[in-house]
Design a protein around this ligand. Structure first.
Ligand SMILES: Nc1nc2c(ncn2[C@@H]2O[C@H](COP(=O)(O)OP(=O)(O)OP(=O)(O)O)[C@@H](O)[C@H]2O)c(=O)[nH]1
Ligand SMILES: [Mg+2]
Length: 337
């Protein structure tokens, strides 16, 4: 009740802003930051990643790498060999990670690799269907008259796309796949199995991929259009130069100079996945989990989900107005994506 009383004390015509501070004295608005912090700590937050790419590029290994690396500090037994089977269906792994009282529910969705068939037409369909299904789920909760206070969020905030380490250009299949994905989700491309390329090959391949993406107008994360201010642009420009990250995945731990490291043991040494001198997995993890987590969530909600929502609601309106109404099948809207 105090706020309106204070407003009434404003002299008529007094402009808020310049003189407002002296007029009200110290208000202490920054206390809201503490409130937001406490609230986030209580409720926690959800973050969902998906890995996509041709068969055998190390997607499942990368999911394990992510969970076994310092993200969750879930240690594995050294020398324990578990073969990762070929992924045959979409499956999600969830871990609740707690750090300094903040809880994060991290879900990584592993997808079956494509490219095994002679005809790879429409191999993106199951992935695109899954992404849209999560938007649909959220939308259905959101339009309920009695909404949940917190709608469970299964929407994919970041989609890591694995590019085969050919060292040439992007294949038409990868271009088409990423083109379709980038319209509905944040795509973070990576060069898979980067240990198979020399440092020069990596750098050259990276440049070619960047040129290819530009030439085909495929906008991967962080998208230039969504930079919020010049500072943001500066930071994201640095990241854009480094994308796609050349990553190596491993889920085995080894002893190196008395330290336990996650890496791939070869005849000529151990490739440490968490060592920035060896590969760019740490950059990928930092981008996803640390520096850009909230931004990935914001773009998913404000851009990708929003365009899905608008499209769906327009569609429903059209159907409701047309004489032969009846809601469209859920899959029908996937065709144009
Ligand atoms: N050299 C190298 N091999 C890797 C790397 N990551 C995974 N592998 C190996 O590649 C093989 C396939 O790995 P998976 O993780 O099963 O590949 P996937 O992409 O999940 O395969 P699908 O489930 O068939 O799509 C395994 O033998 C892994 O050990 C890597 O970064 N470098
Ligand atoms: Mg797999």
């Amino acid at each position: 009740m105090e706020a309106p009383a204070m407003l009434e004390e404003l002299p008529p015509g007094a402009a808020p802003g310049k003189g407002a501070h002296e007029l009200f004295g110290y208000v202490g608005i920054e206390a809201v930051l503490d409130q937001m912090r406490v609230k986030t700590m209580k409720t926690g937050f959800e973050f969902n990643i998906m890995v996509v790419g041709q068969s055998g590029l190390g997607k499942s290994t990368m999911v394990n790498t992510l969970f076994k690396s310092k993200v969750s500090r879930k240690a594995s037994q050294p020398g324990q060999e578990e073969r990762i089977p070929k992924t045959v269906q979409l499956q999600s792994v969830t871990h609740v990670i707690e750090e300094k009282g903040v809880k994060m529910k991290l879900t990584v969705t592993d997808t079956p690799g494509f490219g095994d068939q002679i005809n790879n037409e429409n191999c993106w369909d199951p992935i695109i269907k899954y992404i849209n299904e999560q938007y649909e789920r959220y939308l259905r909760e959101e339009i309920l008259i009695t909404r949940k206070r917190k709608i469970p969020d299964t929407r994919v905030h970041g989609c890591v796309y694995f590019v085969p380490p050919t060292g040439h250009w992007l294949r038409p299949l990868d271009l088409e796949f990423m083109r379709r994905l980038s319209k509905i989700v944040n795509v973070v491309p990576v060069i898979a199995k980067a240990d198979t390329l020399t440092l020069e090959e990596r750098a050259e391949f990276k440049q070619r991929i960047q040129q290819d993406l530009k030439a085909h107008a495929i906008s991967v994360y962080p998208q230039e259009d969504f930079d919020e201010d010049p500072d943001d642009r500066l930071l994201n420009n640095v990241i854009r130069e480094k994308i796609p990250f050349a990553v190596v995945g491993a889920d085995q731990e080894h002893q190196v100079n008395g330290r336990r490291v996650l890496g791939r043991k070869t005849k000529w040494g151990i490739i440490e996945v968490e060592n920035p001198m060896h590969c760019e997995f740490p950059m990928l993890r930092d981008l996803l989990i640390r520096s850009h987590l909230q931004d990935l969530k914001d773009i998913t909600h404000n851009v990708h989900y929003e365009s899905y929502r608008v499209r769906r609601l327009n569609e429903s309106n059209r159907v409701a107005l047309s004489p032969a109404n009846g809601l469209p099948g859920k899959d029908e809207d996937d065709s144009n994506l």
